[in-house]
Design a protein around this ligand. Structure first.
Ligand code: ATP
Ligand code: MG
Length: 373
């Protein structure tokens, strides 16, 4: 029987019910420091920050159950003991959803350890995972390879900010920390509509997040997120998820940032923001699918990913960012884009996990069996 190692990071327990609900949603796209409206003004460090990206027990058991159809599942929690456990177990393949713990290369750690021990694994390689966590480097690769992405400036210091201001970049602009996910540091304030706002907004982001700030041309059109499954010429875009910004509170800006993800969308009162499949003309759908697949290929994504796209004022599709370790919440009641897109294509949660595993097995010549069960 195929031995499938399952690498994950599980959120620590015990946690209170309310917190559990917030954290369960957090593995879709992890939240920023602290929680609640107050953090929009001044985020306070939270005891849970460290674990925000990690997976809830419900996700881990749903994935393990789906994997069990293909062999015996060996849980390999990505703790300090992961390297020793991997070496001792030597599974035929590792199914990886571990987000990692520290630093801008955290998502690359488990795949790098698998490579070190010569163990096949699912998903993108360490290089692609680290690359996609750096939004500026990602844009450099996209631009160099002719994949549309908004113009940008990387601001690493107050001095660079001053020189950017002197160049009078045309507003509207959008500013965000260069290597965060989950809309950490992304609120309505990041939409810069007047030249005077550039200095205070970017200064604050530089100081608060202690990392370079990406200043981009603001993409004023509709937003989509696209699940991709498979590899090479077999890679395909799942039904496109459209963001229905009219579901946001009156007066809210049309961005899918911190407020929309973590304040206005709760487990008990989900925001009806996703439309899947998005209502698109065949031409626009083809254009979005084309830029998404080109981004997926040039960044070296494998097996699956989720790619964010927005339209510019010219109506053309631009890549916003690429998530090679996509959120996969199993509960259809949760707003989790990849499982949602899969469902719209008639692919169940178990089949989605199975498709990723099968793609990984195929490209590494690993034979998958069936479980004894
Ligand atoms: N250049 C831009 N123009 C307009 N809106 C933008 C731009 N960049 C980002 N946004 C808005 O901010 C949101 C969050 O940005 P982005 O996807 O880069 O952050 P993230 O925190 O990594 O997201 P995720 O939660 O998907 O990991 C986008 O979904 C989009 O609504
Ligand atoms: Mg995003």
């Amino acid at each position: 029987m195929t031995r499938i190692g399952f690498a994950y990071n599980q959120k620590p327990e015990p946690i209170a019910a309310q917190e559990a609900a917030e954290l369960a949603r957090a593995d879709e796209e992890p939240p920023s420091s602290g929680s609640g409206l107050a953090t929009l003004v001044a985020p306070a460090p939270s005891a849970n920050d460290e674990y925000a990206e990690w997976d809830a027990p419900a996700t881990i058991s749903a994935v393990a159950k789906a994997l069990a159809r293909f062999g015996s599942v060996i849980p390999l929690e990505a703790t300090d003991e992961f390297p020793e456990r991997l070496r001792a177990e030597r599974p035929d393949i590792v199914f990886n959803i571990a987000e990692g713990l520290r630093g801008p290369n955290r998502e690359a750690h488990v795949p790098a350890i698998c490579e070190f021990f010569g163990v096949p694994y699912s998903g993108s390689d360490p290089f692609t995972l680290a690359l996609c966590l750096d939004k500026a480097r990602t844009k450099e690769v996209l631009r160099a390879r002719g994949v549309p992405t908004a113009d940008w400036w990387l601001v690493r210091s107050h001095e660079e900010l001053r020189s950017l201001i002197l160049r009078h970049p045309r507003v509207p602009l959008f500013a965000k920390p260069v290597h965060e996910g989950s809309s950490k540091g992304i609120t309505e304030r990041n939409v810069i509509t007047s030249p005077d706002a550039l200095e205070p907004v970017v200064s604050e982001l530089l100081e608060r997040y202690a990392q370079p700030v990406l200043v981009e041309a603001y993409l004023s059109g509709a937003e989509f997120t696209c699940g991709v499954l498979g590899n090479g010429t077999s890679a395909q875009v799942l039904p496109i998820v459209g963001m229905n910004f009219s579901a946001l509170p009156t007066g809210a800006l049309p961005i899918y940032g911190y407020e929309a993800k973590w304040l206005w969308d709760t487990h008990d009162a989900p925001l009806d923001i996703f439309e899947c499949p998005a209502d698109l003309s065949p031409a626009l759908r083809a254009e979005i699918e084309d830029v998404v697949l080109r981004a997926y290929q040039v960044l070296g994504c494998r097996d699956w990913s989720r790619v964010d796209v927005r339209l510019g004022a010219d109506g053309r599709a631009y890549i916003v960012e690429v998530n090679p370790l996509p959120g996969i919440l199993p509960d259809p009641a949760d707003n989790s884009c990849l499982p949602k897109a899969a469902r719209a294509a008639g692919v169940s949660y178990d089949e989605l996990i199975g498709a990723c595993l099968q793609s990984a097995a195929l490209r590494q010549q690993v034979r998958l069996g069936t479980s004894a069960a």
